[in-house]
Design a protein around this ligand. Structure first.
Ligand SMILES: Nc1ncnc2c1ncn2[C@@H]1O[C@H](COP(=O)(O)OP(=O)(O)OP(=O)(O)O)[C@@H](O)[C@H]1O
Length: 479
């Protein structure tokens, strides 16, 4: 057992660092408390809505002390590179080690770790890398020098087989507390049910409170307007969407916009399940005068980069991105005014996270989900197919978790008797009673919602006869 860590000299106060380094004026919500708990050396569990600013809760403590490194374990390369770019821009020595990093750069990072006194303050890595002996040996060197300040597990729901994004390598992170018992851990997520939360705490071997500081914030995002639009295979949802978007443009035109600002500069994302649908929809939108581009795994890296960067800076022609589900994770664009799901998602958490890309500036934004029973059956087929595939490492929990999560999303779509914000809180066992008023289709007009459902959806009887003849079991590629 190693002796306790010596006191690490702190820099001036955290308000100063917030302003000077992160260029923000005030802390949001519990940020101050979380940061102070981290600086006192506590293990931290932070669960809070999308867009709250959870990253600052581990980035600021990482640079607040004079020396030492914070390791951030993250599942997505796009999240890592976007956070590292933003940190470098703020003048913070940050780096990432993953498959996209060249040999020379990797070597430099390894040398920095091997010296035991790393200059890098935040290092973003994948859980798979943490499982390698080579990386662990290097961390051991830093640990022995007592310069391994903190381990952060971002998107911590990936640890649990009951979490929608389960990644087996995350489970191996249990080794952090056994190998580096003196190093505090911060676990961060936006989407954990009670069961997933218990798993995270158990697997990471986090101590009980008060050593562990738990921050469970509401999942509610009051500035988001949630809406389900009912459709069937015969409906023309392109027309419906266009007429909504044009009305938004029209309202902007009627306002006095600042000089040079376009009335159609309304930034949004449309999520589709298939690459081909992305291409076709983006083309159809362009044919109708909307600046739309598609984004999916079939594009080259350069193409993807060009689309994402142009969208980020609101370049004309790049207002609406029609994308498969991975788009947007890690891209921190504050002024996304709408997120539309052209079909139902495959999980409740996936839907919540994707919709949560909207309105990160705290201003009002619209989340529209086009729901049909035919799409429900097609997606159900895919969910079942994935669940039944006997992949190595697939567990019963993982399978059931996915099937249950999808079923919960379907009841969310079908329900006409509960506020959408409340339904989301209920799913995440969040005790919050969100104040909604007009910020969802139910609270806006319950009767209209019931009518729209009755008129918009195909009859269950019809759908079930179609299902029996295999109409929804067409296997198509999902990316
Ligand atoms: N105190 C603050 N003042 C102003 N802006 C802030 C503050 N803290 C964070 N932000 C901004 O809020 C946005 C969202 O932050 P962040 O990416 O950390 O969200 P998150 O909680 O990790 O959300 P998600 O779970 O969706 O990834 C960022 O643009 C960030 O710069």
């Amino acid at each position: 057992m190693m002796p306790p860590k010596p006191f690490k000299k702190r820099k001036p106060d955290i308000d100063f660092t917030l302003r000077r380094v992160f260029k923000k004026t005030t802390f949001r919500s519990v940020q101050r408390q979380v940061i102070e708990a981290a600086l006192e050396g506590h293990d931290v569990y932070l669960q809070a809505a999308t867009g709250l600013g959870k990253s600052l809760c581990f980035q600021l403590p990482a640079v607040q002390v004079e020396y030492g490194i914070t390791i951030v374990v993250s599942p997505l390369l796009s999240i890592m590179s976007n956070q590292v770019d933003a940190l470098l821009e703020a003048g913070i020595n940050a780096a990432t080690l993953n498959s996209t990093v060249g040999y020379e750069d990797k070597l430099k990072i390894f040398r920095d770790l091997e010296c035991g006194h790393p200059k890098i303050r935040l290092l973003y890595v994948t859980p798979e890398l943490c499982a390698t002996q080579n990386f662990r040996k290097k961390l051991e060197i830093v640990y022995r020098q007592r310069e391994l300040n903190r381990i952060v597990i971002d998107e911590a729901h990936c640890i649990s087989e009951w979490g929608h994004d389960f990644r087996p390598a995350f489970k191996l992170l249990s080794m952090f507390k056994t190998e580096y018992p003196l190093v505090p851990i911060t676990a961060v997520t936006a989407t954990a049910t009670d069961r997933v939360r218990e798993d995270i705490v158990t697997i990471l071997r986090l101590p009980p409170p008060p050593t562990l500081k738990m921050y469970l914030l509401s999942t509610a995002r009051s500035s988001l307007h949630y809406e389900v639009r009912f459709k069937n295979d015969e409906a023309n949802i392109l027309e419906d969407f266009l007429s909504w978007l044009r009305s938004v443009h029209q309202r902007r035109q009627e306002r006095d916009l600042p000089e040079g600002e376009r009335s159609d500069a309304v930034s949004g994302i449309i999520y589709c399940q298939r690459r081909q649908s992305c291409e076709e929809l983006a083309a159809a939108l362009r044919d109708n005068g909307i600046g739309a581009k598609c984004y999916h795994a079939g594009l080259t890296n350069d193409e993807k980069e060009e689309v994402a960067r142009s969208w980020l800076v609101d370049k004309p022609g790049y207002d609406v991105i029609v994308a498969t589900t991975a788009f947007g994770m890690g891209i921190d664009k504050p002024n996304v005014r709408f997120v539309v799901h052209w079909q139902v998602s495959k999980s409740f958490e996936g839907y919540y996270q994707e919709a949560g890309r909207a309105g990160r500036d705290g201003k009002a934004a619209r989340c529209i989900l086009y729901y049909s029973r035919e799409d429900r059956d097609r997606t159900q087929y895919l969910v079942n197919l994935e669940a039944s595939k006997k992949r190595s490492g697939t567990t019963l929990g993982e399978t059931l978790g996915k099937v249950q999560s999808f079923a919960s999303l379907i009841s969310y779509c079908e329900s006409t008797d509960i506020c959408r914000h409340q339904a989301i809180c209920d799913y995440f066992s969040d005790p919050e009673k969100p104040v909604c008023e007009w910020a969802c289709d139910y609270c806006k007009d319950k009767d209209a919602l019931k009518r729209a459902k009755m008129l918009g959806l195909a009859e269950e009887e019809w759908v079930s006869t179609q299902r029996e003849v295999g109409a929804y079991t067409v296997r198509y590629e999902i990316e």
